[in-house]
Ligand binder design. Structure first.
Ligand code: HEM
Length: 273
């Protein structure tokens, strides 16, 4: 057989079956969690800081309204003290549909808080279970070490950032430092924060662990952090997709679906991927 590894690089087994299964479970879970979360948010489209909410308090930091004007219904989003006309996207969308997030961005697409909550809690527990299985298995099989940057990794950070900026990717058996930081940020910071702020909004959990609400500075702050983490996860997702497209989507997808990944040929990176 001709030796093609010099030209194409070798195919290596990079992602374990559990890494792949958990990855796709949380990708699907986060999709449903986000769209049902926006449905729940639409029932009261205001975010506050502290414990109090409603009229008579001046602690709202984000508000999505529909306002009747001489020119017709307008969607108005207020962030901090700043007002934005968001007609067509937020507040008023479609055929003068008065709702904070538009129908296409919520599950179900019609307004139904009860259905949104049932689906949201189902996928929230699925995510918690998947993360617990991933963390236990990764501790046992050593995968956690693949995600924690070493000192040498951190030293190579400026070089790696420069290479990414020039869209020069090295296809190796290990994650590069930017991947490690991004994945560890999602798995060790954002998802746990999402779960803890979610739990602290549950009245029955408040009875069991009232200290959790104190840590987050009150129910409304917990809700605001929950929303902000969702926005950060959307940001991660967009960058994740852009990086996969730039690094060679076929090779990257094969790796996260089948586990097999083609590394750079000996002697240098491929520039075709
Ligand atoms: C919100 C959704 C998603 C999240 C939170 C997410 C998060 C992650 C995380 C944390 C890893 C590292 C997993 C580990 O090693 O244990 C990873 C790897 C990966 N993900 Fe995602 N992901 C999401 C969606 C997707 C989608 C939709 C695709 C494909 C279209 C994708 C493709 C990949 C690939 C190819 C890798 C492996 C990268 C490599 O080995 O270089 N991800 N993702």
């Amino acid at each position: 057989m001709p030796d093609t590894t010099r030209r194409h690089g070798a195919l290596i087994y990079r992602q374990r079956v559990l890494t792949r299964l958990t990855h796709w479970t949380w990708a699907v879970s986060l999709f449903f969690l986000m769209l049902t979360g926006l449905q729940i948010f639409n029932a009261h489209p205001v975010l506050y800081l502290g414990n109090e909410s409603g009229f008579g308090y001046d602690n709202a930091i984000l508000r999505i309204d529909a306002v009747e004007t001489a020119a017709g219904l307008r969607g108005v989003t207020t962030l901090g003290g700043l007002e934005f006309d968001t007609t067509g996207a937020l507040g008023v969308s479609g055929d003068d549909d008065v709702r904070a997030f538009p129908a296409w961005a919520t599950i179900p697409s019609t307004q139904s808080l009860a259905t949104g909550r049932v689906i949201h809690f189902f996928f929230a527990w699925l995510l918690v279970g998947t993360l617990a299985i991933w963390a236990t298995a990764s501790l046992i099989n050593g995968h956690l070490r693949d995600l924690i940057p070493t000192l040498a990794d951190l030293k190579s950070l400026p070089r790696d950032m420069a290479a990414h900026a020039r869209l020069r990717f090295h296809h190796t058996a290990r994650y590069n430092v930017l991947q490690k930081l991004a994945y560890a940020g999602v798995l060790f910071v954002l998802l746990p924060l999402m779960i803890l702020t979610g739990l602290s909004m549950s009245p029955s959990f408040n009875a069991t662990a009232p200290w959790l609400l104190d840590i987050f500075g009150g129910r409304q702050t917990a809700r605001t952090i929950h929303f902000a983490v969702m926005v950060l996860l959307v940001g991660f997702f967009l960058i994740h997709m852009a990086m996969i497209l730039a690094a060679g989507p076929l090779n990257e997808l094969r790796s996260i679906i089948t586990g097999w990944y083609r590394v750079d040929p000996e002697g240098g990176p491929r520039h075709d991927a």
